[in-house]
Design a protein around this ligand. Structure first.
Ligand SMILES: Cc1ncc(COP(=O)(O)O)c(C=O)c1O
Length: 384
């Protein structure tokens, strides 16, 4: 029923999260590892928090409703969620990853390739033909990330999902930078939508977490077994905080997207900036695809500076409103230097191949006033 409503209504009401026992408008934080059996042979609804917990279930119901899937699993971090997907595979299976991907995910895929699986990479933003060219007879998983971190590449999810379905591979997309409001990977045919809820869903830089929402009950059954076995679940307090954040996601994220669009436009004109990567700009190579696939273009703006190798450091140190920090997606604006921060786990060659060069600066736009953010950037760029 909630699905037909507007996004703000959906965020507030998704998952019917009132506390059934007391009528509490917000769910209780069930800070208990285990639950009492009324009698031997009479198992309670929840048995043990690694398997299920009422507070975590409330968050999972809400995310499922927003993502439109069969079931959601919440994990202790985005990386714990991503790693659980690999547990669905058999040794020797082949994974196709994206050429530009979050550094931690690159690290995960590289380690997977060195251990149990075959891993190769494709420029997925170039379309399904790039995936077809990378396909092997043992390809079982296509790992996607759109928009990609930090270059904001956009992958055509409908085309990629159709290819995966036809060839019998799982399509999994890290949809963190899109948020559940801008892209609905499962409606486009993908099997799994992954979020680092550390970012936009929780939204206040105070929680680490990840979710996987699956399109069908078979995958749900398989992932439930993986999660029960591996145990990287989201804690009750963090589940509560993420749910509280989720309820205001529409307000926050729309403001952040609007700020990013204005920041991107302002920097496009700037003499110290040679390139702006933002899918909301008409000159972005996948602007047309992003306009079709997304409702809004995200809140990350990545720029290349014209100055020498010292320019990013000079700019970052001169910023006042943008805090230098890892992460993104919170209400406060953050700035990062991908080669030394979010993508430092990549090898120099992999960074070079992905286009993560030494003049790149990643801006995560918060909910501050756009004019103040732009003034801060212009002032700092004088030093760059
Ligand atoms: C796109 C993307 N995916 C996954 C992650 C990993 O999430 P977490 O830090 O919650 O493990 C991040 C973290 O920065 C990210 O930016």
């Amino acid at each position: 029923m909630v699905k037909q409503k507007g996004n703000s209504t959906r965020c507030v009401h998704a998952g019917r999260t009132h506390d059934a026992a007391t009528g509490g408008v917000m769910p209780a934080i069930h800070q208990s590892s285990t639950f009492a059996y009324p009698a031997m042979r009479k198992a309670p609804e929840h048995i043990y928090t690694r398997i299920s917990n009422p507070t975590r279930n409330a968050l999972e119901r809400a995310v499922t409703e927003l993502e439109g899937g069969s079931r959601t699993f919440a994990f202790a971090s985005g990386m714990a969620a991503s790693t659980a997907v690999l547990e669905l595979l058999e040794p020797g299976d082949h994974i196709i990853g994206p050429a530009n991907v979050y550094g931690g995910s690159f690290n995960m895929l590289r380690a997977a390739g060195e251990a149990r699986f075959e891993v190769s990479y494709a420029h997925q933003n170039e379309g399904p033909q790039a995936l077809e060219a990378a396909w092997r007879k043992n390809t079982r998983l296509v790992w996607m990330e759109t928009p990609s971190n930090p270059l904001m590449h956009i992958t055509d999810l409908k085309a990629a999902a159709a290819l995966c379905a036809a060839k019998g591979a799982i399509s999994c997309v890290d949809s963190t930078l899109a948020t559940p409001l801008a892209t609905q990977p499962l409606a486009l045919g993908c099997d799994i939508s992954m979020h680092s809820i550390t970012k936009y869903i929780a939204g206040h830089s105070d929680v680490l977490g990840g979710t996987l929402t699956v399109s069908n009950d078979d995958l749900a059954d398989r992932l439930l077994k993986v999660r029960n076995r591996t145990g990287g679940v989201l804690a009750p307090l963090d589940s509560y905080l993420a749910l509280r954040g989720l309820k205001t996601m529409e307000l926050r994220v729309r403001r952040q997207f609007a700020n990013a669009q204005q920041v991107a436009r302002a920097l496009q004109e700037h003499a110290k900036v040679s390139q702006v990567h933002y899918p909301g700009l008409e000159d972005h190579p996948q602007h047309e695809l992003a306009s079709r696939q997304m409702d809004g273009f995200g809140a990350i703006v990545t720029i290349r500076l014209t100055g020498g190798t010292e320019a990013p450091e000079r700019m970052l140190n001169a910023l006042e409103l943008f805090t230098i920090a890892e992460s993104l997606g919170g209400i406060e604006s953050l700035v990062g230097f991908p080669p030394r921060m979010s993508h430092s786990a990549m090898t120099q060659e992999a960074r070079q191949a992905a286009g993560i060069t030494g003049n790149l600066v990643r801006l995560s736009c918060g909910i501050e006033d756009a004019a103040d953010l732009i003034a801060d950037l212009r002032r700092a760029l004088k030093n760059a």
